[in-house]
Write a protein that binds this ligand. Structure first.
Ligand code: SPV
Ligand code: MN
Length: 612
């Protein structure tokens, strides 16, 4: 490290920072080390470096670049993401772990010399708004300028925050190397490893570039944060945060947890509302109120099907000048194209498979689409015209309602309000969802996904759920909880709801916060009345919502629900869960059985519950 860079490190007055940086240098053996502060020049340096290293290329539109991840590096690698633990830990979740000494030895052998001939970047970030009691600090060391640049769009600068640490080692540390590159992408994918050390608050990641694997600050910091939150009595959740704009000038803040690629970003981006965050939220109790901040300040969003109708705000940002990194889309003549953009797509260009032409097949004879299903865009939230005015408030925003949802084609109804907080926690804890392209592996398989957080929960499941159950203790205002399902299909496999219908669900839930709508009590919770939805569909979407549609969407598939409860009972049979959760599961089953024997039907109309 030269004197100028060493001075930048020394100015932090933090020996632990210097120690971990020195260890990383000795291990990875970079040719050059550059410390990045919060200054404009330093941040610009990273942006330019990503072009010099060819990890990004300029596109025609001002500020736009393209980055490609390797063909086999297009999603989170769950199989090779492991906790460094002692052998006999059981979280009740089938935790993917490796014995610490063995894991460190393995990953150090891959990191050893991984930066030879390359430049190491040392960056500091704030997870959450600066100057905030919510926020955590993070040190990222990487040889990928794309990673460092992405983090610059997605997180708040933290060099000055580190000065405030006054020498403490209370920060997360991430060491990443993209490893050997071929044509600008990680070449040794078979040696891709992501190992998490919860005790030391550190993560090592090697031989990868896809952001979910490489960016320490995204899902890796999230796993560390969940563990820290359980110890400190707050919540770190896989949630959007948004302002729902109700009657008059009323703004009501909602959070919502959805598995990857299941409508989290698109809910937060619903027209007419304002966005605070789309992926990761930190929730704390302050003066008897749950308040929340977005630990990020940008979006790493799925681009598939983003078009001027479905997602007008994002589409606008993607088609006008401004800083945007596109990844794994098709490039033709300096312009990006992706599936579902509702524009003519050229029949050739460069995509995540290299030179691409329509009809190109992979090694298994399967046609390669123009853009990967998990292709993404990265941009700062302040590029969007719907950013909420409190998005960077160090005190966060107050939470009035929480949404949970999964991708479920045949069982759960579009929206239901929980009977109580504990029932709401139960609804969140029993989310099931069909797998998507956000992770490597088979798609469309129904999987249990508590709080849409299965991939990231870094404590025993029972502890995690307990922490939710007791979160309302001493609260002045208890948020309402809703379970939603945007993916219900009819027998012919057609979706029963349009993409914008969630606007109606949001506004109904917002009205319920102020008791503006009555609800029908069913065995699974409180559901909307037909007349209220009819009014809302006309008002919000200019759409005539028929009684037949309501009946098809909101009839209780009681037999299917009972099958789901059987699956849940089986899952929880071997997991140590809090008594209050087990009680909820038991009561839910009893209520469903009672309704089934009373109405003697597999599917019960919501009108049947009107006078019960
Ligand atoms: C997700 O998959 O939930 C994402 C993108 O938000 S990733 O960075 O891959 O986690
Ligand atoms: Mn996510």
């Amino acid at each position: 490290m030269d004197k100028i860079n060493l001075k930048k490190l020394e100015e932090l007055n933090n020996q632990y920072v210097i120690n971990v940086a020195e260890e990383a240098i000795q291990l990875c053996k970079p040719e050059k080390v550059t410390v990045i502060t919060d200054s404009k020049e330093d941040i610009n340096y990273v942006r330019e470096l990503a072009l010099t290293t060819c990890e990004e290329k300029k596109l025609k539109m001002e500020g736009h670049t393209i980055h490609f991840d390797g063909y086999y590096d297009q999603g989170r690698d769950k199989a090779h993401t492991k906790y460094l633990l002692s052998k006999d830990v059981d979280w009740g979740l089938g935790v993917n772990s490796i014995e610490k000494e063995k894991g460190l030895k393995e990953i150090f052998s891959y990191l050893d010399g991984s930066m030879t001939g390359k430049e190491m970047l040392v960056r500091f970030f704030s997870l959450g708004p600066t100057n905030s009691t919510f926020s955590l600090k993070a040190l990222q060391i990487t040889d990928s300028a794309y990673v460092a640049h992405s983090e610059d769009l997605l997180y708040r600068p933290g060099y000055e925050e580190f000065k405030r640490l006054a020498g403490s080692n209370d920060f997360f540390f991430f060491l990443h190397s993209a490893g050997r590159l071929e044509n600008g992408v990680s070449a040794d994918i078979d040696k891709r490893r992501i190992y998490i050390d919860l005790k030391e608050n550190r993560v090592y990641s090697v031989n990868n570039q896809y952001a979910g694997n490489s960016l320490g600050l995204k899902k890796l910091a999230f796993r560390l944060a969940i563990n820290k939150a359980q110890k400190e009595g707050w919540l770190a959740e896989h949630m959007f945060i948004m302002g729902v704009h109700g009657l008059g000038s009323r703004v009501t803040y909602f959070t919502g947890a959805y598995p990857s690629a299941c409508g989290k970003t698109s809910t937060a981006m619903i027209p007419g509302q304002t966005v605070v965050g789309d992926d990761i939220a930190y929730l704390k109790k302050i003066d008897g109120v749950i308040r929340v901040v977005n630990m990020e300040s940008g979006i790493f969003g799925i681009i598939h099907s983003v078009n001027s109708e479905n997602d007008p705000v994002i589409y606008q940002a993607l088609t006008t000048p401004g800083e945007v990194i596109f990844s794994n889309v098709l490039i033709n003549n300096g312009a990006p194209y992706w599936e579902g953009m509702k524009k003519d797509i050229p029949d050739k260009g460069i995509n995540f498979s290299g030179e691409w032409f329509e009809g190109k097949k992979d090694s298994q004879g399967k046609e390669i689409p123009c853009s990967h299903k998990n292709a993404r865009y990265t941009l700062r939230l302040n590029e969007l015209n719907n950013i909420d005015s409190k998005a960077n408030d160090p005190d966060g925003v107050p939470v009035k309602a929480i949404f949970y949802g999964g991708r479920d084609s045949d069982t759960t109804i579009p929206i239901v309000e929980s009977l109580t907080w504990a029932h709401g926690v139960f609804l969140g804890a029993t989310v099931e969802s069909e797998t998507t392209a956000a992770t490597l592996g088979v798609r469309g398989v129904r999987k249990y996904n508590p709080m849409a957080n299965l991939d990231f929960i870094s404590v025993p499941l029972g502890t995690y759920i307990e922490n939710h159950l007791k979160f309302t203790k001493d609260l002045k205002v208890i948020p309402k909880i809703y379970a939603t399902n945007y993916f219900l299909k009819d027998d012919a496999g057609e979706y029963l709801n349009g993409k914008m219908d969630k606007r109606v669900w949001l506004l109904w839930a917002e009205g319920r916060v102020y008791e503006e709508y009555e609800a029908i009590e069913t065995p699974v919770g409180l559901i909307p009345k037909y007349e209220d939805l009819k009014t809302l569909f006309i008002r919000e979407l200019g759409k005539d919502y028929t009684e037949a549609e309501y009946l098809q969407q909101f009839s209780l598939r009681v037999t299917k629900y009972l099958e789901k409860m059987e699956r849940m009972s089986k899952i929880f049979e071997n997991v140590k869960m809090p008594a209050a959760f087990t009680e909820e599961l038991k009561s839910q089953i009893e209520r469903l059985k009672k309704a089934k024997s009373k109405f003697k039907k597999d599917v019960i109309s919501p009108f049947e519950f009107l006078d019960t």
